[in-house]
Design a protein around this ligand. Structure first.
Ligand code: PEP
Ligand code: MG
Length: 590
């Protein structure tokens, strides 16, 4: 039995990896997201009536669960939103599906969870193959309902992410980027997961949404119970069960200190991110959703340096059409004017799975049909996005960026499709900007080494250090077991960054960093020393980076780079950078 379930409420601390800053104190809700393991058993003819009875009870319980959720949503936000659960209710009443399960039970004599799972999967597959948006929508409903029925058959508590109407903390084995994107910011004060790492998209989302978060808390789900009183420290990665009054008092003090720093940062909000010796480094913000634009503007950043548009394609059953995308990009471009927005084209795959795009399951998704590779194999999907971007570029200051480019050929193929889109828009008489700047992300070591070739064919580079590090060091960026090997200051990474920046400058184009290295102010001296022209990070860290840039001078950073290029370990390089950072802005470092 977990300690939290015992009578006495003793304080207990669990150490994970803090990935999004902030402190939150509330009751937890354990969120079970992973698919259940479904047992397979033979059943005798005597057991058959019992299996049927279990199935009927599970359907009744699931129906009651759905009605309860519907009621809660209706009370909280209105009956229109609650009506989305009507379709779910129809699934538990679907006679064809129920009859097929009963027939399966009779014929194969296996336990009902197994039969039900097989039938539901077959339904989803068949519906998913039909080219009808309404039927495809129902696949998502059936999957959700099927999970609920199976949890009821297995005697487990219902999933409850969507059912909470009080402020709470989520604790889960894992959260997908889609789960995170659907989190209600008003009610979810923080989250903690057993899996994950600092550069997983879930962690990146948490930072963007300003939700304190911890990952890598092994077995935490079995150590807590929904309703437990928990304090979550997203700075240090500490999760504290049953915090004592002393702990709460101590954290009150920490929050006050953090607020003081925030107040000083507020004072420099409208100043320029220029080093003390006068070098202006453009400081922009990364976004996943247009909802983040208020924060971007409030942060004092110079526009959007990375718009991860794939989030538009998550949590839905049909991809956004050209009109919807155009409206979305136009809105972002208008809001950030006079600054620019760099719209990165669809980067699905890896840890971002889009239900609406019919993607194949892969053995190694990060090395598979991801990002530009998926787009080049699915030009009909890619071109919808390219046309929308070209049109939005007629209204605002829009740049276009391809992710995961690995070769000049790939870049040219993408550009050929872009030219086709221009022709199509011209033929339609549509308003668009044929001269928008096109750049690429450099996030594959091969592209870094070929940067001098690539630089001749683009207007800018933006370095995706999250992927560049994972591919250079062969460390899966979302695998917490090997997170200690994920070293941004590895000598190989520093060398690759230097090759990229030098190649860009020799060719007269600008180069930015939009991976999480840009957000880490311990590393700002290194990036400035390398000579990057732009830094782009979540708006929540923009003020800190600005202060760091203003506190540094270029000659010291360049000297640092000369020194670290001679060093052979990540820790030695990090130590040198930290020494500079501490000497200039120790108040900002945790
Ligand atoms: C990166 O790889 O550094 C990057 C910014 O892209 P993403 O994190 O979306 O893969
Ligand atoms: Mg990337």
């Amino acid at each position: 039995m977990s300690s939290s379930k015992s009578e006495e409420k003793v304080e207990k601390r669990f150490q994970g990896i803090g990935v999004a800053p902030g402190i939150a104190h509330a009751q937890v809700v354990i969120h079970w997201v992973d698919d259940e393991e479904i047992p397979l058993r033979d059943i005798s003819s005597e057991e058959l009536p019992e299996e049927i009875a279990r199935f009927e009870s599970a359907l009744i319980a699931t129906r009651a669960e759905l009605l309860e959720i519907q009621q809660r949503i209706a009370d909280a936000i209105g009956s229109k939103d609650a009506s989305v659960f009507d379709a779910h209710l129809l699934v538990v009443e679907d006679r064809t599906l129920i009859d097929e399960v009963l027939r399966g039970l009779d014929q194969s004599r296996h336990n009902v969870e197994h039969i039900f799972h097989q039938v539901a999967e077959k339904y989803c597959r068949t519906l998913g193959e039909i080219d009808d948006p309404y039927l495809r929508e129902r696949v998502v409903d059936i999957e959700d309902v099927a999970r609920r029925v199976i949890r009821n058959l297995l005697g487990k508590a219902p999933r409850n992410l969507a059912t909470q109407d009080n402020a709470h903390l989520i604790v889960s084995h894992n959260l997908t980027p889609s789960d995170t994107a659907s989190i209600n910011r008003e009610l979810v004060l923080g989250f903690a997961t057993e899996q994950g790492s600092k550069t997983s998209h879930t962690a990146i989302m948490a930072r963007s949404m300003g939700i304190p978060a911890i990952v890598g808390l092994h077995d935490i789900c079995s150590k807590l119970t929904s309703g437990d009183d928990v304090l979550l420290d997203g700075y240090s990665g500490l999760l504290i069960l049953n915090p004592t009054p002393n702990t709460l008092w101590e954290y009150g003090g920490i929050e006050q200190e953090k607020e003081k720093v925030e107040e000083t940062l507020e004072l420099i909000r409208d100043t320029s991110s220029t080093t003390s010796d006068g070098r202006h480094v453009i400081l922009s913000a990364n976004i996943e959703l247009p909802e983040e634009l208020d924060d971007v503007i409030a942060s004092g950043s110079e526009g959007v340096g990375l718009y991860r548009t794939e989030f538009l394609y998550l949590n839905r059953s049909t991809p956004p059409d050209e009109e919807e995308q155009y409206e979305n990009y136009r809105l972002v471009a208008e809001r950030v004017q006079p600054h620019s927005v760099i719209i990165r084209t669809l980067d699905v795959g890896g840890d971002k799975d889009s239900q609406c795009l019919d993607m194949e399951e892969e053995e190694n998704p990060f090395l598979g049909c991801r990002a530009i590779r998926f787009c080049l194999q699915n030009p009909e999907i890619f071109k919808v996005q390219l046309r929308a971007i070209l049109r939005a570029a007629a209204i605002g200051n829009v740049r276009l960026m391809y992710p995961m480019i690995s070769s000049v050929e790939e870049l040219r193929q993408a550009n050929a499709l872009l030219e086709e889109c221009k022709e199509e828009l011209r033929a339609q008489g549509a308003d668009f900007n044929p001269n928008l700047d096109v750049g690429i992300m450099i996030e594959i070591p091969g592209a870094a080494l070929a940067a001098s070739h690539l630089a001749r064919e683009v207007k800018f580079f933006s370095i995706g250090t999250n992927d560049l590090i994972q591919y250079t060091l062969a460390v899966d960026r979302v695998n917490d077991q090997i997170a200690h090997l994920y070293e941004p200051t590895h000598p190989a990474v520093i060398r690759l960054l230097k090759i990229i920046v030098d190649a860009a400058h020799e060719q007269g184009i600008w180069v930015g960093v939009c991976g999480e290295m840009a957000a880490d102010i311990e590393l700002t001296p290194l990036l400035l020393g390398l000579g990057v022209d732009e830094l782009s990070a979540s708006s929540s860290v923009v003020p800190r980076i600005k202060k760091a840039v203003q506190s540094l001078d270029l000659p010291s950073c360049q000297k640092l780079i000369e020194e670290v290029l001679a060093l052979d370990t990540s820790s030695a390089i990090l130590g040198k950078s930290l020494a500079v950072a501490h000497s200039r802005y120790s108040d900002l470092l945790n």
